[in-house]
Design a protein around this ligand. Structure first.
Ligand code: DNO
Length: 349
């Protein structure tokens, strides 16, 4: 395992130099955030980003993400050209030696929360989600009011997109995912890139849109769609852990060497489809990170791991979930667990 840290590029208030101060963090997880969805990434731009990361003494470990155009998810005419562009971006990554690509296949919205600053008992704030609050969201105003990092859509565009998904059920979404992977995974194999799908967050349908990467069975179906080591998973403990029926360590053991990236964070489930995020340690939330990491070390996980969302603490302001302080504490906690679990074993070598 090697510890990494997400960095949002020059717009990120956290400088790379500060990331470098976190003991043990060697890699950066980043992306070209301003390329329009569907366009191929330019080698020159990615090379520049890589050079900037390396100049700070870090490596470019993971691209998170190259977003997938809605026409691919919808299976519309024109998807072949968009998929060709996607393959080109994957080839560019491979040519620069960036080995892992985290992506998702969630219709319209990426991860979503209904509260960006829920006060916790310790005086910090954290991201929270409540299905009842989601039901009250007025989508006729576009995505502008939504707390999350969805691509921004104006009211008309959003209504058109939601309309296009009206007839889309989970079965067709799976078909479109298979169509995409059948074409992109061979390109990834050739380029030496490992694809790592991010589970749906939260792991259930929202706004009536299907979501298909929510359970252990879904992850197993995903890796079987194209049976190649290049077709793998980002194991996100917070996304999957929001559904108390998911047995995370068991899932790790079943997916095994198809886990190419680990996102580690903790959540406390407080009701039906209701949860808030917490500090990383097992004692702070409902996810037993000790057991998840034990399972990861047992399956010989050697990939990048990153501390996922943290609380906002010590008066820090900035991108909710992505402050420096609590994620840095998370990175230290996770490395401590890992050292304790793996010292003297092959995984800890
Ligand atoms: C949220 C992130 C996700 C993730 C994408 C990957 O904090 O984990 O936005 O980057 O779903 O495509």
């Amino acid at each position: 395992m090697h510890m990494t840290f997400r960095w949002f590029g020059r717009d990120d208030p956290i400088p790379l130099a500060h990331i470098r101060h976190i003991p043990g963090v060697s890699g950066v997880v980043s992306a070209l955030y301003d390329v329009p969805v569907g366009a191929a990434w330019s080698r020159g731009r990615l090379e520049q980003l890589k050079a900037e990361i390396e100049a700070a003494g870090l490596t470019f470990a993971v691209v998170e993400s190259i977003p997938i155009h809605e026409d691919i998810k919808l299976g519309r005419t024109g998807r072949d050209r968009l998929i060709a562009n996607y393959c080109e971006s994957v080839r560019v990554m491979g040519a620069l030696g960036i080995p892992v690509l985290c992506y998702n296949f969630m219709p319209v919205f990426d991860w979503l929360r209904t509260d960006l600053a829920r006060p916790l008992a310790d005086g910090s704030t954290a991201l929270a989600y409540d299905d009842r609050a989601l039901a009250a969201v007025d989508l006729s105003r576009g995505t502008g009011d939504l707390p999350g990092w969805a691509t921004a859509y104006g009211p008309d565009e959003l209504q058109r997109l939601l309309g296009a998904y009206r007839d889309m059920d989970a079965g067709r979404l799976w078909e479109n995912l298979a169509y995409f992977l059948e074409r992109v995974v061979p390109a990834a194999e050739d380029a030496g890139v490992r694809m790592a799908i991010h589970p749906d967050d939260p792991p259930w349908p929202i706004f009536g849109l299907p979501r298909i990467i929510c359970t252990g069975a879904d992850l197993e179906r995903l890796v079987a769609l194209v049976d190649s080591p290049a077709n793998g998973v980002t194991f996100c403990t917070g996304s999957l852990g929001a559904n108390p029926e998911n047995d995370l360590p068991a899932m790790v053991r079943r997916i095994g060497d198809r886990i190419h990236f680990a996102h580690c964070r903790n959540v406390r489930v407080t009701g039906e489809r209701r949860f808030h995020e917490t500090a990383h340690p097992s004692a702070c939330g409902g996810v037993d990170l000790y057991e998840v990491l034990r399972a990861l070390s047992d399956v010989g996980f050697k990939g990048p791991m990153r501390p996922d969302h943290g609380r906002m603490i010590w008066g820090e302001r900035g991108r909710p979930g992505y402050g420096l302080y609590d994620r840095a504490l998370g990175a230290m906690y996770l490395q401590g667990l890992w050292e304790g679990l793996t010292r003297g074993t092959e995984a800890g070598a």
